[in-house]
Ligand binder design. Structure first.
Ligand code: PGA
Length: 256
């Protein structure tokens, strides 16, 4: 059975002290309303400077995992301001979000770079959460499947079958991110099923069935249950709503 995940992408929110208090609240609520690691993984992606502290705080909570929001593709070197995969691994990261639409839009992250980041992560046994998704204008033109297929093809399809099974995919239609406009449950299922079909064509159905595909884009405590009820939606990558402990916990419980 494939892994269910609810991941909180805090983006550039929360100072260290704010991160500490949010994680304290999340842990407190998870103790009151526990989940089993066999049911679901919770992933928390704070800003770089809070990673180590948050990692220490979730230590001992087997169902909660640490993620970075980005990494560099090189192991080390003269890349001022960047953070490498071995650095993230040493402080306890299990996951790294790559290819988020904000990074594609503001930091020129492209599929070629993402292919390299994926390689760097898998080499160190970290799990990439690979984001893909179309712009509004692309959906309006009916090109959403073409766009997502090319993102998968260019950034991931050089991987072997064993490698791609380790990748988590997050479908995040750009028009739904931070806008309050969520994809309908049917739109989410349609694209998730398409992604699984494209993977099946390249790697076989057994492989496609094993890959976790998350939905992201204005997912909240009200709409999560309906989105997660779809056969091909294995959880969510949550932005805004992951900054409020109660909402995040309700979203987690919507995926059981
Ligand atoms: P949002 O962000 O939930 O605030 O729309 C999702 C994301 O960017 O991962």
């Amino acid at each position: 059975m494939r892994k269910k995940i609810v991941a909180g992408n805090w983006k550039m929110n929360n100072t260290l002290s704010q991160s500490i208090s949010l994680v304290e609240n999340i842990i407190k609520l998870l103790k009151e309303k526990p989940i089993m690691q066999s049911e679901l993984c919770v992933v928390i992606a704070p800003p770089f400077i809070s990673l180590e502290k948050v990692g220490n705080m979730i230590n001992g909570h087997k169902e909660v995992f640490l993620s970075a929001q980005n990494c560099h593709s090189e192991i080390k070197g003269a890349y001022t301001g960047e953070v490498s995969v071995p650095m993230l691994k040493e402080i306890g990261c299990n996951y790294v979000i790559i290819g988020h639409s904000e990074r594609r839009a503001y930091f020129n992250e492209n599929d070629e770079t993402l292919a390299k980041k994926t390689n760097a992560l898998l080499k160190e046994d970290l799990i990439p959460i690979f984001c893909c998704g179309e712009l509004l204008i692309e959906r309006q033109a009916g090109n959403q499947e073409k766009i997502v297929k090319s993102q998968l093809n260019n950034a991931l399809f050089h991987l072997s079958k064993e490698q791609i099974k380790k990748v988590v995919i997050a479908y995040e239609p750009v028009w739904a991110i931070g806008t309050g406009v969520t994809a309908t449950s049917a739109q989410a299922q349609e694209m998730h099923a398409f992604i699984r079909k494209v993977i099946a064509e390249k790697y076989g159905t057994d492989c496609a069935e094993e890959i976790t595909i998350l939905y992201g884009g204005s997912c909240n405590a009200k709409n999560a249950q309906e989105l997660f009820a779809n056969a091909d939606v294995d959880g969510g990558l949550i932005g805004g709503a992951s900054l409020i402990a109660e909402d995040f916990i309700n979203i987690i419980h919507a995926n059981k």
